[in-house]
Design a protein around this ligand. Structure first.
Ligand code: ADP
Ligand code: MG
Length: 350
């Protein structure tokens, strides 16, 4: 059995409309549904046109004394939804995610990561240094599957500017020379981070959202907020519960619309990495945004999606990306080294 959870073993399908993750709030008589829907359309050239819709969301539960506040924003290149009985929760979450984005996003010209990428050497904040070091640890423990130095490859395949392309083998080989987290040098005493080779670029897309979520949860707790659900582009955390009952998160298959499982979560989060969010297709071959740092090609381990349930969002984020690269068997072994509560893998071939 390759799948870690047989419920999540799906077969390939050509469906192009995919629901990702939904959150359900139930009471005795109604199911209030909040759904983020990702609609993908394949154009004449086989490239994906990417649209995101948010279906109507429910602001209040049945009773007036059980009011839930709901707000959303676009941050870190994705939708952020916040639901809480506390009306201040959303602003606290948005401010914290914005702060992390300003620090770690390669797209923000003034961020420490963008400056490091353009200069090749930078004195960074302790916080950025710690994230780079964490990423390095994940590189080590995942046997190189999780590697933030894949920046040049992500650019080459067009995932940074969304101008997708199939690079030549020679271009991939050239970019591969710049990849490898052992080529990042960091000095713990003066916070200097330096690339060994000119042209190296780091991309924290596989870990920064998890970190931002951890930071947001910390801020909520500091502000005495005990109940909140945050959805940061499919990476979800459930703080406390919803009026005494666990938050309910419905997981949908990577190719099909039906819900595969509903999770009841308290003080836990889930992170999903999949091949159905950012990808393009040429000649019926799917090229997704998670790159195998060993080959320089988009990961092709047979996994369609991997979902991690855990208390630590940073860990879940990096782990889901790494497992997507490693494949079900090696991925399972890696997950065993962490405190993941549950690991669900959907595979498309055995
Ligand atoms: P999402 O960002 O859709 O939640 P992931 O958490 O799996 O999905 O992160 C994918 C992102 O991570 C890519 O868009 C890219 O920025 C970065 N990335 C791609 N391949 C790797 C890799 N092998 N190791 C670390 N980060 C990667
Ligand atoms: Mg990730």
């Amino acid at each position: 059995m390759l799948s870690l959870n047989s419920k999540f073993e799906y077969r390939n399908s050509k469906q192009i409309i995919i629901f990702k993750t939904s959150m359900f709030q139930t009471n005795k008589f109604r199911i209030w549904r909040i759904r983020i829907l990702n609609l993908f359309r394949i154009s004449d050239f086989g490239f994906r046109i990417f649209l995101i819709f948010i279906l109507p969301v429910i602001l209040l539960s049945g009773c007036q004394d059980k009011q839930l506040y709901k707000d959303n924003r676009v941050l870190m290149g994705t939708f952020v939804d916040v639901i809480s009985p506390d009306k201040d929760a959303a602003q606290i979450v948005f401010a914290e995610i914005q702060r992390v984005e300003n620090l770690l996003s390669k797209y923000k010209p003034g961020s420490e990561v963008a400056r490091l990428n353009s200069l090749g050497k930078l004195t960074v904040s302790r916080e950025t240094l710690e994230i780079i070091k964490k990423s390095y640890e994940f590189w080590q423990i995942s046997d190189g599957a999780f590697d933030i130095t894949i920046g040049p490859l992500v650019n080459l395949w067009g995932f940074t500017d969304k101008k997708y392309r199939l690079p030549k083998k020679s271009e991939i080989n050239k970019a591969l020379k710049l990849v490898g987290s052992d080529k990042i040098l960091f000095n713990n005493l003066n916070n200097v981070v330096k690339f060994k080779l000119p042209g190296m670029k780091i991309d924290l897309g596989g870990i920064a959202k998890g970190y931002a979520l951890d930071c947001a949860v910390k801020r909520l707790k500091e502000n005495g907020i005990k109940s909140c659900l945050i959805n940061l582009g499919g990476q979800i955390y459930c703080l406390g519960d919803r009026f005494g009952k666990p938050w309910q998160i419905a997981i949908q298959g990577p190719r099909k619309k039906e819900f595969k499982e509903i999770l009841a979560l308290r003080n836990q989060g889930i992170s999903t990495s999949g091949d159905y969010e950012q990808y393009f297709s040429i000649n019926n071959l799917r090229y997704c945004h998670i790159i195998n740092p060993k080959t320089g090609y988009p990961a092709d381990s047979g996994i369609q999606s991997v979902t991690i349930v855990t208390e630590n969002n940073l860990e879940a984020d990096a782990l889901s990306t790494a497992i997507f690269v490693l494949g079900p068997e090696k991925g399972r072994k890696l997950a065993d080294k962490f405190n993941a509560v549950d690991v669900k893998i959907a595979v498309d071939k055995i």
